[in-house]
Design a protein around this ligand. Sequence first.
Ligand SMILES: CC(=O)c1c[nH]c2ccccc12
Length: 116
Amino acid sequence: SMEYKLQPFIMLQRHTLNLLQEKDAEDIFVNPVSDEEAPDYKDIIKHPMCFSVMRNKVDTHRYKTMEAFEADFKLIIHNCCMYNAKDTVFYREALLLKEEGMEIIKDAKLIAEKVG
Ligand SMILES: CC(=O)c1c[nH]c2ccccc12
């Protein structure tokens, strides 16, 4: 049935997410930015995103395409570059994660064409 067909796609998304999270050496993109850490964060970032939210969305079959998965990854990067100044460690880590992450996602999209 469609449900069993979805498993390879879900597995591919989980594997891809694990590869992306490995590139976040400092684990700064794993969990939501807390009010304690950044009281003004919610005033500036209207659509927060992080790897733990992405993982929940994968597990609940919210991503129908790899493009939708990619859009949330790009949102993580965009939010970080909007909130943090260019001369910060967080901003620089976001740029590095984007470089490495887009390569990982490019490969995942090729595989998705096969299992999809
Ligand atoms: C990813 C990101 O922007 C952050 C990750 N941890 C933070 C703590 C304070 C302010 C921002 C952040």
